[in-house]
Write a protein that binds this ligand. Structure first.
Ligand code: NAP
Length: 286
């Protein structure tokens, strides 16, 4: 029951109506019997500074930050974790006695989902499609573990910027190929162990799209899509049909939430329950 002692967690974004975080976190709170509640706030760009200051004013214990505020929100915080600084975006804020700390749990959640899938990243060569927010989060966590990364992107500027940032932190070979260079991409996939899609191509309602041709894939490739709706994207369907090991984005989504929940409350939530809540919501979208 909500009382005058109930602690508040929230998500700030726009649009926010379809966020899975509200049901996912409240289910975990209820299961643990914690006196917390997690609510959604639709916040426009012009109101972001007031909304983040409001976290202090209302003593809101923590907040998820989603599209379009993941970058802008950083300037209103007191501290930012080093990896989030590298990535250049946050997705979580913790309020520690009025001090607002920013963190990016997307990359951590991504890495955790790969580990849980029992995939060993050591000495692996990665081909990663995209250079946006999700790409940056995944690439910074991958670069700590793997033998090399090739970034494929539509816009060279964004791709080159990510490559330079990664090269300034890591010793491994990191290069880029523009998405228009199909033959080069095909060859690069042949020499890669793992392919990661971090673009929204193939996301609901455009579930029939994919940037990767089936003929480019080989059965030894581990194929990861960070898209979680649909669960089995066109890319993952193509990869599964030729025998690739595949991993959908839903595990990353749940894991980034679990890491945030534990950071805010100090308690580990029920992963199985949180995943089931997300799967139910995704099922309703069909
Ligand atoms: P973003 O910052 O807007 O970046 C999008 C990237 O995709 C950019 O590199 C962009 O290329 C590329 N792109 C977009 N449309 C394209 C097209 N038609 N053809 C080729 N490339 C295209 O977006 P984001 O925040 O990274 O999100 C990307 C996806 O990740 C979304 O589907 C989101 O739902 C998902 N995501 C999942 C999780 C999870 O927990 N599973 C977490 C975060 C994000 P340019 O640079 O050329 O524009």
């Amino acid at each position: 029951m909500i009382t005058s002692k109930t602690k508040i967690l929230c998500i700030i974004g726009n649009p926010i109506e379809h966020s899975m975080s509200v049901t996912m976190h409240n289910a975990a709170i209820q299961k643990l019997g914690l006196n917390y509640v997690y609510v959604a706030f639709k916040v426009f760009q012009n109101d972001l500074s007031s909304a983040i200051n409001g976290l202090r004013a209302f003593n809101i214990k923590g907040s998820s930050i989603t599209i379009p505020h993941k970058i802008t929100a950083m300037k209103y915080l007191d501290k930012i974790e080093p990896m989030a600084k590298n990535i250049g975006a946050i997705n979580t804020i913790k309020n520690e006695n009025g001090i607002l700390i920013g963190r990016n749990t997307d990359g951590e959640g991504f890495l955790k989902s790969i580990r849980e899938h029992d995939y060993d990243l050591k000495d692996k060569k990665i081909i990663l499609f995209g250079a946006g927010g999700a790409a940056r989060a995944c690439a910074f966590y991958l670069a700590k573990e793997v033998a090399g990364i090739t970034i494929i992107n539509r816009t060279n500027d964004r791709m080159n910027d990510l490559i330079l940032k990664l090269q300034s932190k890591y010793e491994i070979p990191i290069k880029g190929i523009n998405i228009s260079k199909s033959e080069d991409i095909k060859k690069e996939i042949e020499n890669s162990d793992m392919l990661v899609n971090t673009t929204p191509v193939g996301m609901y309602p455009d579930g029939n799209e994919s940037l990767v041709k089936q003929s480019w894939l080989h059965p030894e490739l581990f194929v990861v899509d960070v898209i979680y709706s649909p669960i089995q994207t066109k890319l993952l369907q193509k990869a599964s049909s030729i025998g690739c090991n595949v991993l959908p984005g839903v595990d990353m989504l749940v894991n980034q939430g679990i890491i945030a929940f534990k950071w805010w409350t100090g308690v580990s939530p029920d992963k199985k329950l949180m995943k089931q809540v997300v799967l139910n919501e995704l099922d309703e979208l069909k």
